[in-house]
Design a protein around this ligand. Structure first.
Ligand SMILES: Nc1ncnc2c1ncn2[C@@H]1O[C@H](COP(=O)(O)OP(=O)(O)OP(=O)(O)O)[C@@H](O)[C@H]1O
Ligand SMILES: [Mg+2]
Length: 268
């Protein structure tokens, strides 16, 4: 059984502009794979190409199968996608939103999953609340609960399922960032696949097994966090000095981005 999500030579044009230029990307089930890179570098576009939401050249293979040959229901049973932003126009309760994941994943057998998913994202007791009345971070965690409901069991009949998350911690406080990243790690540890677009490079270093760094529609670097998150690579890609150190004893890279003004004054 092939247990990868793979993008081969993906190019995407939006409007008149080619925004992805022959991108190759592989994520392994059992691992958390982060996609990082500056605004506009093509992270969301790469995810949308891999989930079939945007027309692309090249091939996407999910657990070894070409997604172009798969039916929407087959894809929905194998992978769940949390978009960068979701707006809900109708007055739904939190539980109604999370239950949408149950239907998408064809796993109607266990109707307790949505409540378990809400507990897992720290929203036990929120089921009856109106979605629109929640804070931004709470809404984001409801969306994650919907997504994990869809692919609740990380492995089904020997096949890994996939969480594909576009900035899942973007509006979360630090405690809930850890809750969500712990969830991602646990999903991977139980055999599932996780691909997450991230901006926080320290969180990425702590939680990701593999990192792909995007720059201007191409892959600038890929590998484990120590290999990708280096002073030279980050300074070149982000255009500012980002000295990288490592924590003892686990040797996890940590970064302290330095504003130019701060460097210029040399103040402590
Ligand atoms: N519909 C569109 N038409 C034209 N250009 C687009 C369209 N959607 C996105 N782009 C461009 O494609 C490029 C990649 O966008 P993408 O959303 O993939 O970036 P990103 O890496 O996810 O950035 P961010 O960190 O801001 O979310 C950007 O330059 C963007 O302006
Ligand atoms: Mg994006």
């Amino acid at each position: 059984m092939i247990t990868t999500l793979e993008a081969r030579n993906i190019s995407v044009s939006l409007g008149r502009k080619e925004v992805l230029h022959g991108v190759n990307f592989t994520a392994q089930a059992g691992q958390v794979t982060a996609i990082v890179g500056p605004n506009g570098s093509g992270k969301t576009t790469l995810l949308r190409a891999m989930t079939g939401e945007v027309r692309h050249q090249g091939q996407v293979r999910l657990n070894g199968a070409d997604v172009a040959d798969m039916q929407p229901w087959e894809l929905a049973a194998l992978r769940a996608v949390q978009p960068q932003s979701s707006s809900i126009a109708f007055p739904f309760t939190v539980l109604e939103i999370v239950r949408l994941g149950l239907r998408a994943g064809l796993s109607a057998a266990d109707s307790t999953v949505p409540l378990q998913a809400l507990e897992a994202v720290g929203l036990g007791g929120f089921a009856g609340r109106m979605y629109q009345d929640l804070s931004g971070g709470e809404q984001q965690r409801v969306q994650l609960a919907r997504v994990i409901t869809q692919v609740w069991k990380p492995v089904v009949e020997g096949a890994p399922r996939w969480l594909i998350l576009d900035e899942p911690v973007a509006s979360l406080d630090i405690g809930h960032q850890f809750t969500v990243m712990d969830l991602a790690r646990s999903y991977a540890a139980r055999g599932g696949g996780v691909v997450a677009v991230m901006h926080d490079l320290n969180l990425t270093a702590m939680f990701a097994d593999q990192v792909t760094l995007m720059e201007a529609g191409q892959v600038a670097a890929t590998g484990n966090p120590c290999a990708v998150l280096t002073d030279a690579t980050l300074a070149r890609t982000y255009g500012c000095p980002i000295p990288v150190n490592t924590t003892p004893p686990a040797e996890v890279p940590f970064l302290l981005p330095q504003a130019r003004a701060y460097l210029a004054t040399g103040s402590a």
